[in-house]
Design a protein around this ligand. Structure first.
Ligand code: NAI
Ligand code: PYR
Ligand code: MG
Length: 371
């Protein structure tokens, strides 16, 4: 199969969809891989390294796209990239369509088959292709939040662990999944007081058991959220209803009850954000203030630690990529309903019910699309 790896073009996105090791694996399976010149640079992989494992280097982006049957990316396609997609091609990348109506409509119009990393599931109920980046973003959320708490950033001027004689600050994590647990671990390691809110008692039980009382677990209710906003220096938004738009859990009126300079980090921004006042920001300009509360809402956080993230992402995606390339999407998705959960758009049809619900658009059943 002809496989293409374009250079990512989103703001400060330095990841690439495949490491040279991943390319080598695909070539060993008999596939041809075209890598756009410079695609790996931001992750520390030179063109020569890709060439060395047998990739074809291409400097003309239009040829990278037009020659491909399978296009591998990291971030959702930007408008200039969508314009290059066509029927018969398969795109495998993060999409987050429930928060992106225009992108949904343009992918439908392109006729492409679009499989999203973040809605592929596994037999244990996890999201194996979202998890590696959620681990990264969860860990980064505390770094970003701690920085935003500095006075010069508009923050409270509070050091998360405190110092002897000065109490640590409270960090509340809403959603104790992969992002949430990783954020909590970092906050705990820094010596903050850590609380996790979740609506899954089973998840809270796991976390309670794992952290042996070092992290306070609280069932998430509106009362618990009211309490969290009053007493937290830093709140991390880490909820997810897979495939769906994030529920707005902290409303604008909550901000009145927060201490001015407190910080909201909305990691769930890629699904639309779980705070009413969140809007996507970029690494170039990551924070803004609403009613004195600092907001950090970068939708591609792992892009900033691209070397780590590219390696972690390729390790997770590669087995799926190899299967797609060897078998073609129709056969592979028909045989694996967990992988098939990734199919969002096919040949002008919207497949993912959660996206249909978000935009009140008609949905074609998966079985019909795979026929
Ligand atoms: N901004 C960025 O760069 C990145 C963003 N993300 C996003 O972070 C979000 C979280 O991802 P994961 O941790 O992997 O998901 P996950 O599925 O592992 O965890 C989500 C947790 O939220 C809980 N939850 C759902 N509804 C809730 C509610 N109403 N109140 C409290 N808890 C609730 C679930 O029970 C679950 O434990 C996703 O939107 C994901 O796309 C992930 C990586 C990078
Ligand atoms: C998950 C995602 O959107 C990211 O890693 O940027
Ligand atoms: Mg994202």
């Amino acid at each position: 199969m002809q496989i293409a790896v374009p250079k990512e073009i989103k703001n400060h996105e330095y990841r690439v969809a495949l490491t040279p090791a991943g390319v080598r694996e695909l070539i060993a399976h008999g596939h041809e891989v075209t890598v756009e010149c410079g695609a790996g640079e931001g992750s520390g992989y030179s063109d020569a390294e890709y060439q060395g494992v047998g990739a074809r280097l291409e400097s003309a982006v239009e040829r990278v796209f037009s020659s491909a049957e399978l296009i591998l990316k990291v971030k959702e396609p930007q408008p200039s990239e969508v314009a290059r997609l066509s029927k018969g091609q398969t795109l495998f990348t993060y999409l987050h369509l429930a928060a992106a109506r225009e992108l949904t409509e343009s992918l439908l119009a392109s006729g492409v088959t679009a499989i999203a990393y973040e809605t592929v599931t596994d037999a244990a109920g996890g999201l194996p292709l979202l998890a590696p980046m959620s681990r990264v973003a969860g860990r980064m959320a505390i770094q970003a939040g701690a920085h935003a708490l500095e006075k010069a950033q508009g923050g409270l001027g509070v050091l998360l662990p405190g110092v002897p004689g000065v109490a640590p600050a409270r960090v509340t994590v809403i959603g104790g999944g992969v992002v949430g647990e990783n954020a909590a671990r970092m906050a705990l390691g820094l010596g903050a007081e850590v609380v996790i809110l979740d609506t899954s008692l089973a998840r809270l039980e796991t976390l309670d058991h794992r952290y042996q009382g070092q992290i306070r677990t609280v069932y998430s209710t509106s009362e618990a959220l009211d309490e969290a906003v009053r007493h937290s220096a830093l709140i991390i938004g880490a909820v997810l209803v897979p495939g769906a738009a994030a529920p707005k859990l902290i409303r604008r009126e909550h901000l009145r009850n927060m201490t001015p300079g407190a910080v909201l980090v909305d990691v769930a921004i890629d699904q639309g954000g779980c705070f009413e006042t969140s809007r996507p920001t970029t690494h170039a300009d990551p924070i803004y203030l609403v009613d004195g509360i600092v907001h950090y809402c970068v939708a591609n956080m792992p892009g900033a630690v691209s070397r780590t993230s590219t390696q972690a992402l390729t390790s997770a995606t590669l087995p799926y990529v190899v299967r797609l390339a060897n078998g073609g999407f129709r056969k592979v998705l028909s045989e694996d309903r967990h992988f098939a959960g990734g199919l969002n758009v096919h040949d002008g049809h919207l497949i993912l019910p959660e996206v249909g619900e978000a935009f009140d658009m008609p949905v074609t059943p998966l079985n019909e699309a795979l026929r």
